[in-house]
Write a protein that binds this ligand. Structure first.
Ligand code: BG6
Ligand code: MG
Length: 226
């Protein structure tokens, strides 16, 4: 790869990674935790319903599960806390074994190419997870569920990361597995790499089935479109 070419074009560039479903498969743990809560509350919640929850905040997820059912605020808070406790129970044992194949290799390749790395996750558990995975030192900036009020699909989380990196949005490429995340990154004026089926992330500039399949030169060439 021609390293200087990419760096000169954006001086430097950044790749902002989503966490859940991109670097590690916590999407499944979120699903299990919500399902347990939903079963206890006799709410119907399928894997298909779960697809809509990908990338969206804890509160927005609960509202989607409730499907318009009205509950007092204190009950909603209790349900979110209960789900989070179930989720935290599952992530306690996360280790570097839970990093999705190819993710560390891509982080290393980007670092070696002089690209800045950031993490932008809607999750309030993101910091604990990257520490358990042992990858926190890769990221110059970590934007999480505490960083902004409006998370994905609003652009705020990605704009927050770009501002902390001191880079223009047009110098940032976002790697995302969620439709809400692609929408957020497009609204932020960033380039997008979708991980997963086109039905979900087809709006992205580039789509790969998995992180392992990302072609770094092809991805960084997006910046040449500026
Ligand atoms: C996102 C997940 O990363 O974080 C969502 O894709 C989740 O499924 C959201 O709802 C919020 O996570 P948390 O850990 O703050 O409940
Ligand atoms: Mg995700």
């Amino acid at each position: 790869m021609n390293k200087t070419k990419y760096i000169n074009s954006c001086n430097p560039a950044a790749v902002i990674f989503d966490l859940d479903g991109v670097i590690t498969d916590t999407a499944e743990y979120h699903y299990q935790a919500w399902r347990r809560m939903a079963e206890e509350e006799e709410l119907s919640f399928s894997r298909q319903d779960n697809e809509k929850l990908r990338g969206v905040s804890r509160r927005a997820s609960l509202e989607l599960i409730l499907k318009g059912k009205e509950l007092p605020e204190n009950k909603k808070l209790e349900l979110m806390e209960r789900k989070n406790n179930y989720y935290r129970e599952q992530i306690k044992t996360i280790s570097d074994d839970d990093i999705l194949p190819g993710a560390v290799d891509k982080l290393n390749q980007l670092k070696n190419a002089g690209v800045k790395l950031a993490l932008a996750s809607a999750s309030k558990n993101a910091r604990d997870i990257i520490e358990n995975l042992g990858i926190e030192d890769y990221f110059e900036v970590v934007a999480d569920g505490y960083s902004v009020e409006k998370t994905k699909p609003a652009p705020d989380l990605f704009l927050y990361a770009a501002e902390k990196l001191n880079l223009l949005p047009s110098c940032c490429i976002v790697v995302e597995d969620a439709e809400a995340g692609i929408t957020a990154a497009v609204s932020a004026g960033m380039y997008t790499v979708g991980i997963g089926p086109s039905a979900r992330v087809g709006r992205a500039d580039l789509v790969y089935n998995s992180v392992a399949e990302i072609e770094i030169p092809e991805m960084l060439a997006l910046l040449e479109k500026r």
